[in-house]
Design a protein around this ligand. Structure first.
Ligand code: DQA
Length: 148
């Protein structure tokens, strides 16, 4: 299996960025945790972070050509604004799990709405770095894959 983990704008600053909300773990820390778990599962895993909407769109296009089985995607602020990412997820037909470190539904109202959610297979929010791990577990779980 091939899983891609994608992170959107400002997530390269994890660890220093609003630690009371996003915690003290850096993006490399989170990626190392996911790499360890993927190794245990015998799953291939790749990582991509960009602060640019178009680069995230293009990475999804490439993922389709690479036959990626599932995408763990924290689109960060673009979650709430990006029709282009919604369309890219629909166009590529990738199985995307939307993740957030924080519980977006308990925060400002503009974070309650996700434009990408309708094209995703599910959403995991509020568990800090564990949100990513739970999304990985869901995507590789045979009961999920067999139901698709
Ligand atoms: C976030 C939540 C978004 O609202 C915010 O813009 C982010 C991070 C999260 O992981 O909690 O950048 O996606």
């Amino acid at each position: 299996m091939k899983i891609l983990v994608m992170n959107g704008p400002n997530l390269n600053l994890l660890g220093v960025r609003e630690p009371a909300i996003y915690g003290v773990k850096t993006l490399p820390d989170i990626e190392a945790m996911l790499r360890r778990r993927a190794k245990e599962l015998g799953t291939q895993i790749d990582f991509f972070q960009s602060n640019h909407e178009g680069e995230l769109v293009e990475r999804l296009h490439r993922a389709m050509l690479e036959d990626v089985d599932g995408v763990v995607f924290n689109a960060a602020a673009y979650t709430h604004t990006s029709v282009a990412l919604l369309d890219a997820i629909k166009a590529t037909k990738l199985k995307v799990v939307e993740v957030h470190l924080s519980n977006v539904h308990a925060r400002e109202e503009f974070r309650h709405r996700s434009l990408i959610a309708p094209a995703c297979v599910g959403q995991i929010a509020g568990f800090g770095p564990l949100s990513y791990l739970l999304a990985l577990e869901a995507l590789v779980s045979p009961s999920f894959m067999n139901s698709q």
